[in-house]
Design a protein around this ligand. Sequence first.
Ligand SMILES: C[S@@+](CC[C@H](N)C(=O)[O-])C[C@H]1O[C@@H](n2cnc3c(N)ncnc32)[C@H](O)[C@@H]1O
Length: 304
Amino acid sequence: MCPTMTIEHRYDSDVSTPEARRALHEQNRRSWNEATRAHNSHKADQAKFLREGGNKLFPEEIGLLGELTGKSVLHLQCNSGQDTLCIKQLGAKRVTGVDISDEAIDFARRLSADSGLEAEFHRADVYDWLEEAAKYSERWDVVFCSYGAIIWLSDLGLWARGIASVLKPGGRFVTVEFHPVEMMFEMDLSHRYPYSTHGRPLTWEEGVGDYVEQSGPSLTPSGWKDGVRDFKNPEIVHEFHWGTAEIITALLDASLVLEHFQEYDYATFKMYHRMEALPGRKWKLPDDVPGFPLMYSIAARKPR
Ligand SMILES: C[S@@+](CC[C@H](N)C(=O)[O-])C[C@H]1O[C@@H](n2cnc3c(N)ncnc32)[C@H](O)[C@@H]1O
């Protein structure tokens, strides 16, 4: 993710055709496969944590997801399924996770079996999966994604229309995300990146980093393991920085009705070296830095 990658970047990768976009997604799949292996290597027995009732979701998303008993939840870009299984644990009747990374989905399926929490996981590009799912009759009460999902989307309009197409009438899209303003700064808080790249890919030669190792135990509520050391990702990666207006407009254009938008002056991830710890695995800017939003959340409903 951007804040951990401070070295070479460029803005010239091709997204002019669906094939070009697909090629970038495939490259991201390779980069996420490498990184996910490193990330999970630092997380102590996650199945045991879940079996014992541990839940790593934050109050922000739990509150927005609302009462889940009896509901179906589709978790897009679910990575290794930890949050998907935590959603199941909150009482959802059925949970479905989708992610492009082979490593992540293999891990998610094992975690589901080992934790005893039932979930369905699909390895697919989110765009292909939503297009395919729309052809079938199944629809979800809630579509959810969070923390570092939206920066991988190469076409916001297509994504939002895909979400609308798989929601039940009256169903809700919910996200809690890192704020695009937060993505503008290096780890030393110097301003280096634009607020939005307006659909242009931001290509990082370093690939997805091992931000779990860099963050230490705050990202591993199941416990910390040393795991992979000095991880170097051989696979480059392509991100897309979208402004909040672009994201909300895409959802409105897909005929979803905005119910909630909030910005937060804290984050659930230590983005910058000088951030200060808050209770509950959260981080704030130091007092001498003028504030800016670090996360946002959205809830939007499909009309009945
Ligand atoms: C930062 S992780 C999201 C983690 C998530 N908050 C969770 O529940 O653990 C971003 C995820 O997006 C996935 N991803 C990136 N591009 C994708 C695409 N085109 N289709 C599906 N998944 C994608 C990556 O494989 C990665 O697992």
